[in-house]
Design a binder for this molecule. Structure first.
Ligand SMILES: [Zn+2]
Length: 470
């Protein structure tokens, strides 16, 4: 759904502990740099929003690129799926390899963009001195271009991994994730993977002066689930009001949801994240984050974080009323009243549990619940030391002394289905940027040109670390 950076480090940290600096700039004229830019530009200019039928063109282009770089045609696969498609490419490991494969995830589709709303054409790669602009520059054609060109580069360098590596690109991540589900649940070859690395999650945060604050690896996602709750009533004429009323009943239910707090939840990763972020942030909120990390039973800290929109979701399941619909005429008693309740559920809790709790909280069996979509609960992926170490190597090529922490996002990347399918998945994208520069999904999406070039070695280093130096 969205390129997700750390949710906690967004509050404008003015200074950081320790000195970090940029490592020597990448060569922008290398063959790899030019190929990455060529792929980036080509796929950006193929408008791959929902319903246009253009994702297969991107898949076909990527397929041609890999085959002309020496990949066997039978290792490169385009899987049509309605108007869209998935793309899978295998980089074969050496024949004696016994290790399970690694998957590299990205998505080829983008959120739609209307040229009339943008300052620049959304489906043409343009630039000024600082940024590349276009839909997909960050979410997620950056990942597609860098991963694909890295496979090409490693192949040309004669690299033979000690296990199979797969590019696994989806074609409808921003909408229904049909290709994601197909790849995650119906592909025995991919199901054997030891783990997956997702270019659509993770990344480094920079402060306003371009200094690195932290690098986050996405290791978990909350479950997204929405209900409509409805009160019904026989209704009647407004000149003869009944005691009971659908709008009043619904209002009572809404008030109870407003007043209810789900119990605090935590895991090792969320506590580490809160502690580190709180130390960096300082002040009253930072102190509450640290106190919560020390003792999640600290009621005062939990209460303080409850009032902090950017942090509350890291401490518990949240549900909020987002839409209302009620009544049908100004002079009629309402026959129905409906509220939309959107929840972000902590890993380890089922949607059914949340519904049961909401029903209990509302305390009125006459309120009907209708869940709008399937909920896909996914577990936390325990951050592997080998992945952490490989990412540390890769980011050391961009910046020195950057702390790495795991984080949980509010949900909605391909990773949730792979985790659900039993494949630990880590968001380890190569972009370092300032949170204020984030326009993913919005108007005038852009990525710093520096970030584009600084990430050129990101995936190659990770792959060499995790799949041998053959
Ligand atoms: Zn995305």
């Amino acid at each position: 759904m969205k390129k997700t950076f750390l949710p906690l480090l967004l509050l404008g940290v003015a200074t950081i502990i320790g000195l970090s600096s940029t490592v020597a700039a990448a060569d922008r004229n290398s063959e790899h740099a030019r190929k990455t830019l060529e792929i980036f530009e080509t796929i950006i200019e193929i408008e791959s929003s929902k319903g246009l039928g253009n994702v297969p063109k991107i898949a076909a282009y990527l397929s041609d690129e890999l085959i002309s770089a020496g990949f066997a045609a039978e290792d490169v696969e385009i899987i049509p799926f309605g108007e869209t498609a998935a793309f899978v490419a295998r980089y074969p490991g050496n024949l004696s390899s016994t290790k399970a494969p690694i998957l590299f995830l990205a998505h080829m589709d983008v959120v739609e963009a209307f040229a009339s709303d943008w300052e620049r054409p959304p489906f043409k790669l343009t630039q000024d001195d600082t940024y590349f602009y276009a839909r997909g520059t960050i979410d997620n054609k950056f990942g597609i271009a860098h991963l694909t060109s890295t496979f090409i580069r490693l192949r040309k360098e004669g690299f033979v991994p000690d296990r199979d590596l797969f590019l696994v690109f989806t074609g409808d991540e921003e909408t229904t994730m049909g290709t994601t589900k197909m790849l995650a649940y119906e592909r025995p070859d991919l199901a054997k993977a030891e783990f997956a690395l997702n270019s659509d999650g993770g990344g480094g945060d920079l402060d306003g002066d371009g200094r690195p604050l932290v690098y986050g690896i996405q290791t978990a996602e909350k479950t997204y689930v929405t209900w409509e709750i409805t009160a019904r009533n026989p209704g009647g004429h407004s000149s003869t009001p009944r005691i009971d009323n659908a709008i009043y009943d619904l209002a009572d239910a809404i008030r109870r949801i407003q007043d209810y707090r789900f119990p605090v939840r935590w895991n090792d990763m969320t506590l580490e994240n809160l502690r580190y972020s709180g130390e960096q942030l300082g002040g009253e909120i930072g102190a509450a984050m640290v106190a919560f990390a020390e003792n999640p039973g600290d009621g005062a800290a939990a209460d303080r974080l409850w009032r902090e929109p950017s942090v509350v979701g890291q401490t518990r399941t949240t549900c909020v009323v987002t839409m209302l619909e009620a009544g049908h005429a100004e002079n009629a008693l309402p026959q129905s009243a409906t509220a939309t309740v959107n929840c972000r559920v902590f890993p380890g809790i089922s949607a059914a549990d949340v519904q049961a709790r909401l029903q209990e909280v509302i305390g009125n069996d006459a309120i009907e619940f209708r869940q709008l979509d399937d909920a896909f609960e996914s577990p936390v992926s325990d951050l592997r030391e080998d992945v952490r170490a490989a990412v540390a190597e890769a980011i050391a090529a961009q910046y020195t002394d950057v702390r790495i922490i795991g984080y949980m996002s509010s949900g909605g990347t391909d990773g949730m289905h792979f985790r659900r399918a039993g494949i630990p998945t880590f968001g380890t994208g190569g972009v370092f940027m300032n949170a204020d520069d984030q326009y993913a999904h919005g108007l005038n999406e852009r990525v710093p040109i520096k970030a584009f070039y600084d990430a050129l070695d990101h995936w190659a280093i990770i792959i060499r670390e995790l799949a041998g130096g053959g």
